[in-house]
Design a protein around this ligand. Structure first.
Ligand code: 8OZ
Length: 362
């Protein structure tokens, strides 16, 4: 397979990406006081600006939307100002960057919630997963079910966060609809036992994800809106009795909205691609705009799937951690460095901005 076309420019709506490799969102827990990204974060993203597109780490749309220690937000002026340093630094290097809009739902802990209250969820079902708080891994807290009259406020938080992201200089936003967080919790019946218009049928369970996306589109435009989904991923304890039916419906509706891209975690997030049977090719065919494929790709698999017309762009996550010049290394066949897991979440420059580029790309 030839990988040559992966290194050719790609038109993502009004943007011209310099290649077809995307930096996937990666949580690194290095925000400063007030959950504000700082200079170090600007340097980290600027080092990786040769990616065709960077999707930022997941960024909470409100304090209620936070589930882990030291993740950044996009709901205060200080956070907007902090992110402005990041977008300026990436643009100065000729890169493009979208912000990922995040509400964790039940994947949180009372120590991170406003007034120490319970995290919110579609239903009062505790997730079988852990989070990182007060410098340690702990079980997530028991959530409470959102009242029906609280849902418009959540949609409003997403809308305002999207506007804030554009104010901060981002080229667009990605709705985080994946990995067992709030929108995925609503979509999957293992976490959603509601009996109101947001639970029960496939249409009802899709409602929040679709209403949030519609609000974001209304705020920033379809050409600046993308979404990430993970139909079969069991991440953070979610499960669905009919992922194919659920996500075929969701993608058909997203397609009707004309959003810029659909970003799909194919398989278990960070795990096996064949965790459950699912027709990803069929899903791709339901969506006319850009399809970003993610999960376990290497250059060969990306080239093959690209030639088969099964995806337009390929998101690489972990390889970007220790290879700031991943694009150059993939292009030249230079060996890839592996990252130190002990500095993945939290800390400072070590294991964040100190991974060197190869001599060839420096
Ligand atoms: C790893 C650790 C914490 C959060 C995701 C935002 O899975 C995350 C995440 C990943 O989407």
């Amino acid at each position: 397979m030839t990988s040559k076309t992966l290194f050719e420019p790609y038109a993502l709506g009004p943007l011209t990406l310099s290649n077809r490799i995307v930096m996937a969102p990666l949580t690194r827990n290095r925000a400063g006081a007030g959950f504000v990204p700082g200079e170090l974060t600007a340097e980290y993203y600027a080092q990786r600006a040769s990616a065709g597109l960077i999707i930022s780490e997941a960024t909470q749309i409100s304090q209620q939307g936070q589930g882990y220690q030291d993740t950044p937000g996009i709901y205060s002026q200080q956070q907007i100002d902090g992110w402005r340093k990041v977008t300026d630094a990436v643009h100065a290097k000729g890169g493009h960057i979208f912000l990922q809009l995040w509400h964790v739902g039940r994947v949180s802990h009372i120590d991170l919630q406003p007034d120490g209250k319970a995290p919110v969820a579609p239903s009062a079902i505790r997730a079988e997963t852990k989070t990182f708080v007060n410098n340690g891994f702990v079980d997530v807290s028991e959530p409470r079910a959102l009242e029906l009259d609280e849902i418009p406020g959540i949609i409003e938080d997403f809308r305002r966060a999207a506007a804030n992201a554009i104010d901060a200089g981002f080229d667009g936003v990605e709705v985080h609809g994946a990995n067992g967080y709030l929108l995925d919790q609503f979509a999957k019946d293992g976490a959603n036992t509601r009996t109101d218009p947001y639970g029960g049928s496939i249409e009802n369970r899709a409602r929040l994800m679709l209403e949030v996306t519609a609000a974001v589109v209304e705020e920033v435009g379809a050409e600046r809106t993308g979404i990430r989904i993970s139909p079969v991923s069991p991440a953070n304890g979610v499960s669905s009795s009919d992922p194919q039916g659920q996500f075929d419906y969701i993608v058909k509706k997203l397609d009707e909205m004309g959003i810029a891209y659909l970003h799909v975690v194919e398989g278990a997030t960070g795990g096996p691609r064949d965790v459950a049977p699912f027709d990803f090719e069929g899903l791709r065919r339901k969506f006319k705009n850009t399809y970003i494929a993610n999960n376990g790709y290497d250059l060969d698999l990306a080239a093959t799937r690209h030639e088969q017309g099964l995806a337009d762009l390929f998101a690489f996550g972990k390889p970007f951690i220790a290879n700031p010049d991943l694009i150059e290394r993939l292009k030249t066949g230079a060996p890839l460095a592996s990252f130190d897991p002990s500095t993945l979440f939290g800390g400072g420059a070590a294991g964040y901005t100190d991974y060197p580029a190869t001599a060839a790309s420096a």
